[in-house]
Design a protein around this ligand. Structure first.
Ligand code: IVH
Length: 669
């Protein structure tokens, strides 16, 4: 039980980190200071360490999504050790070291050359494809490496891999699904015409597509794939070299990459990797490096794997793509807590699959340190292939009329003189229109109150035209007022009013997350709501130490949070929200006891046909039952799905009642 909730907490933290990464990197609009971000990451890492997770599970990046059936990988989907190439040629050294280590482990005689297969490292979505008797039987995402999402329907519809192959037996091939550049651009144009969210890059777009519930809509979008690895095979003869496998897969009709080459030794492999970096821009798919693999599968098997990665391969990572372009202007963005952030306005440049015209400049002292001036040619890069940022100015190319970037002496929105704190400057005026707008956008956003119909453009209008200033004002809006806004008919106005009414019931955790208090993100909001139960009790806390009862909240955070809760403006806001009928109590899953479930202990094992494990647990708890991770004499029921293992055996030995999903549902009524 305890372990389960920590795992859930960890994946929430990981999701929160991913969201901030996206805000920061993709939209150059961070909501957190660097220190706050670091703190969030520290909480994540501390919890991951506490759970003693292997490193590959510690990194955010688990793609598992609610609503997809879970698939346990027969062989874990590991990642590869990395040799990152910088300006210092360090990847070649790392590859040489890997070769020496590998040769030693294999006890190869000096005159034996190590045959290495070098392949492009496709920047797509990893997928495991299981074929049984010549038919595609299962497609699964990587997930956390151990368990992924079943995307068979999506893969079938996408048309990127054969549904039938001419061979007996069963096997699993692994590869990447990707969106070719042209397909990405088509999709992006169609989505933006639809008023949808801008797609960050081909990789993210592809990841989003493969998680569409409406699988049929994936046909004809141009989704493509490369397969490159045979995870296991039964009942069919397969070649004994990687090169042979690639040819075998190609012969069966699988899409394999054409730029695969067999090299003799690490030095030759490194030369190939270096040379291929220049070809990168000319491909219609993204690659983030090369993969170097032992060609001989017997040697591969001899080497084995660490808990993180197989020892038979290594990833040569290219440095992030960089391009030069002109810095046209620097604008100042006002964040929801008043932070004034410099944002570069660039002459549009094509970079890692997208057109970049805005980039982060972090803070003003950094601009001065790097001596970046308006009018300069600057180098822009996307770290992790997502974040556009200005790296440096190309000094030689400086124009005579280049202008220095001057930190603002007044807030661009309200004109208040900024205050300086360390490297950041902020607008101190809480009533600043830009801050008000940013706070309301955040309040309405999906991560917070999720107010249907209140997108950013509508927020802007209710602020400028209807005088909305605080979250509580939103709930006082009337349909007649809203109907007068631009591009808002009576129907959308009514929908928005309904959206606001629904949002009132989201509960304390979402309200807290929506208020954008310093240090109070989604996770802490959830914890605060669960611990204190109501805004009333939360506001009654007299000692910050009470906040430190929450896992991961240290003295400093407790102090910061407590001070904000004591702030008369924040207290007035809570009172105002209560006055307009916003629910300020915690919405723990309501328990409606079901006889036969209430008070009983359940253990879930294996994959259920339709319910995910978290969903099954929620149902059991909502009916008053408990769940546990291990089977004992105290267990009342074991709910077993496909591929149930030792827990099922133990249940049988102990004579514990065993249910399948249908049985569980029957019990739950
Ligand atoms: S071999 C142990 N070959 O990169 C995994 N992987 O960090 C063996 N990838 O998880 C994978 N192109 O998703 C291999 N030609 C290639 C690849 C490739 C992309 C991905 C794959 C893997 C990750 C390794």
């Amino acid at each position: 039980m305890h372990g389960m909730s920590d795992h859930a907490a960890l994946s929430k933290l990981a999701a929160e980190l991913a969201r901030h990464d996206e805000l920061y990197y993709r939209q150059a609009a961070s909501e957190l200071s660097d220190a706050e971000y670091d703190q969030l990451r520290d909480r994540h890492d501390a919890l991951a360490r506490k759970l003693k997770l292997p490193a590959w599970q510690r990194t955010p990046g688990d793609d598992r999504t609610e609503g997809f059936a879970k698939v346990r990988h027969r062989i874990a989907m590991l990642s590869l050790e990395k040799a990152s190439d910088g300006d210092d040629g360090s990847a070649a050294d790392k590859l040489a070291t890997w070769e020496t280590r590998t040769r030693k482990a294999l006890e190869l005689p000096d005159d034996r050359v190590l045959e290495l297969l070098v392949e492009p490292k496709i920047d797509g979505i990893s997928v495991g494809l299981t074929y049984r008797d010549g038919q595609l039987a299962l497609a699964a995402t990587r997930g956390d490496g151990v368990e992924g999402d079943d995307i068979t329907a999506q893969v079938r519809a996408a048309g990127a891999v054969p549904l039938k192959v001419k061979t007996a037996g069963s096997f699993e091939v692994r590869g990447e699904l990707y969106l070719p550049q042209a397909a990405f651009e088509r999709l992006r144009d169609a989505t933006s015409a639809d008023g949808g969210r801008t797609l960050a890059n081909p990789r993210n777009a592809c990841a989003g597509l493969m998680k569409r519930k409406d699988a049929a809509s994936l046909a004809g979008l141009g989704i493509a794939a490369f397969v490159y690895h045979l995870a296991w095979a039964e009942g069919c003869a397969v070649p004994a070299t990687q090169n042979g496998i690639v040819a075998w897969l190609k012969g069966l009709g699988f899409p394999v990459n054409d730029h695969v080459s067999l090299e003799r030794g690490a030095a030759a492999a490194a030369a190939r990797c270096l040379a291929f970096a220049d070809k990168r821009g000319g491909l219609d798919y993204g690659i983030d490096g090369m993969v170097v693999k032992l060609d001989d599968h017997r040697l591969q098997a001899q080497l084995g794997a660490t808990e993180h990665h197989p020892k038979w391969g290594i990833a040569w990572k290219f440095p992030p793509e960089r391009k030069a372009t002109r810095l046209l202007d620097v604008i100042v963005q006002v964040g929801k807590s008043g932070k004034l952030t410099p944002v570069a306005v660039l002459e549009p440049v094509q970079l890692a699959g997208t057109t970049v015209s805005r980039a982060s400049l972090h803070n003003f002292p950094e601009i001065a340190r790097k001596d970046i001036r308006i009018g300069d040619r600057v180098l822009v890069e996307k770290a992790g292939e997502i974040i556009p940022q200005v790296v440096s100015a190309v000094a030689e190319a400086r124009a005579k009329d280049a202008r220095a970037v001057v930190p603002p002496t007044s807030c661009p929105s309200c004109g208040s003189p900024p205050v300086v704190d360390d490297v950041f400057i902020s607008c101190p005026n809480p009533a600043c229109p830009a801050q008000v707008r940013e706070r309301l956008r955040h309040f309405a956003s999906r991560a917070a109150m999720d107010i249907e119909g209140l997108g950013e453009a509508v927020v802007d209008q209710v602020v400028t035209s209807l005088g909305v200033r605080s979250p509580a004002d939103l709930f006082r809006l009337q349909a007649e007022q809203l109907a007068g806004l631009e591009r808002m008919g009576g129907k959308s106005a009514a929908n928005l009013v309904a959206g606001l009414a629904a949002a009132k019931e989201r509960g304390l955790a979402r309200v807290l997350a929506g208020l954008a208090l310093n240090q109070v993100g989604e996770k802490l909001s959830e914890d605060l709501a669960a611990r204190f139960g109501s805004a009333e009790r939360l506001l009654a806390i007299s000692d910050p130490a009470e906040l430190m009862q929450i896992d991961g909240v240290a003295e400093r955070t407790a102090g910061v949070v407590h001070a904000q809760l004591a702030n008369p403006a924040v207290r007035a806001l809570f009172a105002d929200l209560a006055a307009v009928g916003v629910q300020l109590t915690h919405r723990g899953a309501a328990v409606r006891e079901v006889a036969g479930v209430a008070g009983k202990t359940f253990v879930l094992t294996g994959t259920l046909p339709t319910l995910t494990r978290p969903d099954a647990e929620k149902l059991i708890k909502a009916a008053g039952g408990k769940t546990s991770g291990s089977v004992s004499k105290k267990t009342d029921y074991v709910v077993a799905g496909a591929d149930a293992g030792s827990k099922l055996e133990k249940a049988q030995t102990l004579g514990v009642a065993i249910l399948d999903e249908a049985g569980l549902r029957a019990l739950l009524g």
